[in-house]
Ligand binder design. Structure first.
Ligand SMILES: [Zn+2]
Length: 220
């Protein structure tokens, strides 16, 4: 094993009570990582919905998400959920609000020990009165992991394959979609379309990380 890989693995064995991103013994974020979080961004994604991100998919934010999502650090739902809560406070009023997580593929959720986005939503709900969680969205069979797909392939992969499951629809009030990373917006668009078709009002989406490619202006 590469010594750097080994060192990274050992850092991840540090007990809870470490910086969410780098493992230094300064929870929830060490001074250095804290200064490199954010700033919040609002990526432009043609076709919507309005997306608000806690920051770009880089630096400590990306490191913390990967530790949480891929390396079994479920306890990092606390500090990451707090970032989402601040974002929801910025974009939503005090009126009743429903959070709806983008659905994970069941096989991926099993590997990760549960739905990591729904867990983040529960952190937000616990700290915001009037905010509730609904999980009506399902991925139909045949949806592939989107890693490595280009924007058109991502859209085709999801077209018509996010559906509203039986029961569990949000009640009265606006709906805010929640996901961990936005890349092309194809997932969030498919989620919004499924909810709008079910008669729900979707006001936008909050995500932890913006991994979209900024639009490059070219001369006509
Ligand atoms: Zn740190």
């Amino acid at each position: 094993m590469d010594v750097r890989v080994l060192a990274a693995a050992l850092l991840d064995l540090v007990l809870p009570g470490d910086c969410a991103a780098c493992g230094a013994p300064e929870p929830p974020w060490c001074a250095r990582c804290r200064t490199e979080l954010g700033p919040p961004v609002r990526p432009y994604l043609p076709g919507g919905p309005a997306v608000f991100a806690a920051g770009r998919y880089t630096g400590p934010l990306r490191s913390a998400l990967l530790r949480y999502k891929e390396r079994g650090r479920r306890d990092l739902a606390g500090p990451l959920g707090a970032l989402l809560t601040a974002l929801v406070d910025d974009v939503a009023g005090p009126a009743p609000l429903w959070l709806v997580p983008a659905p994970s593929r069941p096989a991926a959720a099993r590997v990760r020990g549960g739905d990591h986005v729904a867990r983040l939503c529960r952190e937000v709900v616990a700290s915001r009165p009037g905010t509730r969680l609904a999980r009506p969205l399902r991925l139909s069979r045949g949806v592939r992991d989107s890693v490595g797909l280009d924007p058109e392939q991502r859209a085709a992969n999801l077209a018509g394959r996010v559906r509203v499951g039986p029961g569990a629809l949000p009640g009265d009030g606006a709906v805010l979609l929640v996901d961990d990373v936005v890349t092309t917006g194809a997932t969030l668009r498919a989620c919004r379309d499924a909810l709008v078709a079910a008669g729900k009002q979707v006001v936008g989406a909050v995500v932890l990380c913006d991994a979209s490619v900024p639009m490059i202006k070219t001369k006509a």
